[in-house]
Design a binder for this molecule. Structure first.
Ligand code: PLP
Length: 425
């Protein structure tokens, strides 16, 4: 159901579950629709209206969008009404509209998007689908999240593939050199994050995919942080597969994601799970012998069975919400908050080590840092005591702190964390 004020009021009175805050926030929704207008990244009045659309507790400073993005009321409402629709009338299948909608949002074709429940699932589908034999090499970073580390490590354990690693450098140019240096005649896959979970550096994925393609190497991009943080054009990026989610920067329902598989690669990435929707309609149990047909002529071959109406309607609503503000406007705002965070951290004159590059193309809305002489866990706990939510990063011994800023944040909230650093050193 398309959300508008009239049907909101109707459903609100039917469900009788809305608070005054929610009502006010929904009224604010009408003031944020920008209809193609450029919103300045420092138009604080506009962005504070946007903030009102989130049920985020006012007691907490939420600087951890990198773990998950809180949904705004219109998304929550869309989920609720869609779920009610299923429970009251037995309607189902609302999720059929989601792959084409995601495809348009990320610059793909409708038949290149498989629905998943998270990034991990998408990566596993791609990782297991690529034919690999003993001795084949896969390139990862030293900054992997377990979601893009364990699937490949499991293939090492079970199939004897060889994992090679590079550490992202402070410039895109040097990062590319490091990847190039790892490539051998046995390299089959480059599986790299678009934006690592550790310090949020934006990696030069377009050049990485070009490099892979030039050498006949399969590219998998772990796009956990890409969708919703910046405009995406996956065709232009040139990746073979891109695994992402709606529950971080897209501000959508938790437990929703997608896997993009480039059309020409769908016969290479093997489908293993079969069921409702994964076939071409020509499979027949009743013939003798049993007939197996082809897979669905789309990425639907990678997901089958019942999906959650409410969740995927929420994904559609999250895309509508982002587009009502404009993804370019969002990107500019959060990139400027990221830069503000970097500038404040750099003012500590070496007492704070900023791990994220300052290079323009390599930074956006997530920053990683260490405070010299202060245990990162201790600072993380201190933030918790002051109701500031950030993320501690123990991954691969990196042992740092991570702060992420989205459209509901402002500079004052970053300053609160900066004040705590001042107190700690
Ligand atoms: C870079 C990266 N990859 C993969 C994942 C796993 O995502 P999910 O929990 O959606 O499976 C995360 C989660 O934080 C991540 O940051």
């Amino acid at each position: 159901m398309i959300f508008n004020r009239r049907n909101f009021i109707r459903s609100a009175s039917a469900i009788a579950a809305f608070t005054l805050n929610e009502m006010q926030a929904l009224a604010a929704k009408h003031t944020i629709a920008q209809k193609g207008r450029v919103i300045s990244d420092d138009d604080e009045a506009y962005w504070s209206n946007v903030r009102q659309l989130f049920p985020l507790s006012k007691e907490w400073t939420y600087l951890n969008n990198g773990t998950f993005g809180p949904s705004p009321y219109p998304v929550i409402e869309a989920m609720r009404t869609s779920q009610m629709d299923a429970d009251m009338y037995g309607n189902y299948g609302a999720y059929d509209s989601t792959p084409p909608k995601i495809a348009r949002f990320v610059g793909a074709d409708h038949d290149e998007i498989a629905l998943t429940h998270n990034v991990t699932e998408g990566i596993n589908l791609a990782c297991w689908g690529v034919p690999l034999s003993k001795g084949d090499e896969v390139i990862l970073t030293t900054h992997e999240h377990v979601g893009n580390m364990m699937p490949w490590m499991n293939r090492q354990k079970l199939h004897g593939i060889v994992i090679k690693k590079y550490t992202p450098a402070h410039t895109a140019h040097e990062t590319l050199n490091r990847i190039n240096a790892l490539i051998t005649k046995n390299t089959r896959v480059i599986a790299t994050p678009h934006i690592p979970c550790t310090q949020g550096q934006v990696l030069p994925v377009k050049e990485i995919c070009q490099l892979a393609r030039d050498k006949g190497i399969f590219s998998l991009i772990d796009g956990a942080h890409g969708s919703g943080m910046m405009p995406l054009d996956l065709h232009d990026m040139g990746c073979d597969t891109y695994a992402s989610c709606s529950h971080k920067w897209m501000l959508g329902p938790k437990g929703t994601g997608y896997l993009y598989v480039r059309k020409e690669f769908q016969d290479t990435v093997q489908a293993f799970y079969m069921g409702g929707g994964t076939d071409d309609g020509k499979w027949d149990l009743m013939t003798n012998p049993v007939t197996t047909g082809d897979y669905a002529h789309s990425a639907h071959r990678y997901f089958g069975g019942t999906q959650a109406n409410g969740l995927y309607t929420g994904v559609n609503a999250a895309i509508d919400f982002i587009e009502s503000i404009g993804i370019e406007n969002i990107h500019n705002r959060i990139k400027s908050l990221g830069k503000y965070t970097q500038d404040r951290l750099l003012e500590f004159d070496g007492k704070v080590e900023l791990l994220t590059p300052t290079e323009e193309r390599s930074r956006c809305a997530v920053n990683g840092f260490r405070i010299k002489g202060v245990d990162y866990h201790k600072f993380f706990d201190l933030c918790g005591e002051h109701k500031i939510r950030i993320r501690a990063v123990p991954e691969n011994g990196i042992d740092c702190l991570r702060v992420s800023t989205h459209i509901y944040n402002n500079k004052d909230e970053v300053d609160k964390m900066i004040a705590l650093i001042k107190k700690s050193i």
